[in-house]
Write a protein that binds this ligand. Structure first.
Ligand code: SF4
Ligand SMILES: [Zn+2]
Ligand SMILES: [Zn+2]
Length: 462
């Protein structure tokens, strides 16, 4: 399901057509949309539409283009409007120095007013910011606005600015602009964006994506934005839909149910099925995202109990026919070999169904179990990816702390060497932490251990 996180279904362009537009959106898989006011009149209209249609939510505010005419009474009116149960944020508000339809000092003053309003009504902010990030961030710092949470909508800035926004706890939202060929800087930002803190939006009736550029835009077209993000990030469109819908629900606190509201034992990313059979870990890696939010590509992975074999097999069947997947990966937010007997038993069942199986592991299984577990995995696991993560024992103990201390690193290397005897494909990987000597790790993998090396991107925030 897609959510169009920012639309303006009130302009003249949509007159008398709302029903048709919503039908087309539904057909295109858009389950829900957020309709954003730009002045007092349209803020009332978005509330009226939200009352009429369950799939529409409303955001009230005054666009920076319009703030010159704004009065303090408007703030009182907006405050009343914001009490409505379907109003989910204050927006779109912000700074636009590109067009500068309102003088800069007025824009800044009103942005401060809207931040105060959002704080009073306990709602997040939807920010329109064009050529004004410096002032916007300064005002955010001075007014402590980051705490309110929210979205920088129609994001067109660079990667560094996006990182800053995300580090401060806000989201960025991408519009049809990312489908334009010339938006190369934006493409780079999307590709390298840390974590998955993005939303998708049409900003209709403006900014129609390719192939409708220049025409009237509408919520049904949000899928073209998802397609472009999927292409840039090497994901499936369904991955992008799930991630962005999850983020939209979270940032606006939408009272809607998503299929991923329950913790996942089996989950799909791209064309693989991943199994999250335990949340236990030997390590507490400095880069592990689970210490932040337990989300992987829009899947929630914090199980409230360790799943049984029956639960795991049922979760797999619920996702669909296993033969549709290129491979099934024991991964999740935990170390699968800590539940070795269960891992083997599930692997045996899946092997019998003809699946290709991969194990992602930290490679400490032999140390933990105090025996060589690799012969037990032979014939069950087709490939194993071991996290090497450091060029030496000391560094390893720092980035992947465990009770084994400096004993861990030689054990990981020994595990890789032993794995080669029993598992057809063995790969060593490392997370590309800043200041980490990746070349040295790669050399150990390829030359000392004789296995291919894979660099995993560091999903750093900031
Ligand atoms: S082994 Fe994996 S799940 Fe465990 S702390 Fe490290 S990165 Fe996180
Ligand atoms: Zn805008
Ligand atoms: Zn807008």
């Amino acid at each position: 399901m897609f959510i169009d996180s920012h639309a303006h279904i009130f302009f003249e362009d949509f007159k008398d057509e709302v029903g048709d537009i919503l039908n087309r959106a539904k057909e295109a898989g858009v389950g829900c949309m957020i309709n954003v006011g730009t002045d007092i009149e349209s803020s009332q209209t978005v509330i009226n539409l939200a009352e009429k249609y369950p799939q529409i939510f409303a955001i009230v505010g005054i666009h920076p283009h319009e703030v010159q005419e704004m009065t303090d009474q408007d703030l009182v009116t907006l405050k009343e409007m914001a009490q409505h149960e379907k109003v989910v944020a204050i927006g779109e508000v912000g700074l636009d120095y590109y067009y500068e339809h309102s003088p800069k000092d007025i824009q800044q003053k009103r942005l401060r007013d809207f931040i105060k309003l959002a704080r009073e009504v306990k709602l997040p902010l939807v920010i329109h910011c064009r050529d004004a990030f410096e002032d916007c961030f300064r005002i955010f710092d001075e007014e402590n606005a980051w705490k309110l949470g929210g979205v920088f909508h129609c994001y067109t800035g660079d990667l560094e600015t996006a990182k800053k926004i995300i580090k401060k706890g806000f989201y960025v939202s991408f519009s049809g602009i990312i489908t334009f060929k010339k938006a190369t800087e934006l493409h780079e930002a999307v590709k390298n964006l840390p974590r998955d803190r993005y939303l998708i939006e049409t900003d209709c009736p403006f900014l129609a994506p390719e192939p409708f550029r220049g025409k009237r835009n509408e919520p049904a077209y949000v899928k073209y934005i998802a397609e472009k993000i999927a292409e840039l990030k090497s994901l499936n469109v369904s991955d992008v839909a799930r991630i962005s819908a999850r983020n939209t629900k979270d940032v606006f606190g939408l009272p809607i149910e998503l299929p991923d509201d329950v913790a996942k034992i089996a989950y799909r990313i791209r064309n693989s099925l991943y199994l999250n059979i335990t949340n236990q870990c030997t390590l507490s890696c400095v880069f592990c995202p689970k210490f932040d939010d337990w989300m992987v590509k829009g899947h929630y992975l914090k199980n409230d109990h360790e799943p049984t074999e029956e639960e795991i097999l049922k979760a797999i069947d619920d996702v669909g026919d296993v033969n549709q997947f290129q491979e099934i990966v024991f991964c999740g937010f935990g170390e699968s070999t800590l539940r070795l007997e269960l891992l083997k038993s599930v692997a045996k069942r899946l092997k019998a169904r003809g699946s290709r199986l991969r194990l992602d592991t930290e490679g400490l299984g032999n140390l933990v179990h105090r025996r060589n577990i690799l012969p037990e995995l032979a014939g069950l696991i087709d490939s194993v990816s071991v996290s090497l993560n450091a060029p030496d024992a000391k560094t390893y103990a720092k980035v992947c702390p465990s009770k084994f201390g400096e004993e861990a690193f030689p054990a990981v290397k020994a595990f890789i060497l032993e794995a080669k005897k029993h598992i057809p494909t063995v790969v060593a990987s490392a997370v590309g932490l800043p200041n980490m000597n990746i070349t040295a790790i790669q050399k150990i993998a390829e030359e000392e251990l004789g296995v291919p090396f894979r660099l995993r991107p560091y999903d750093e925030v900031g």
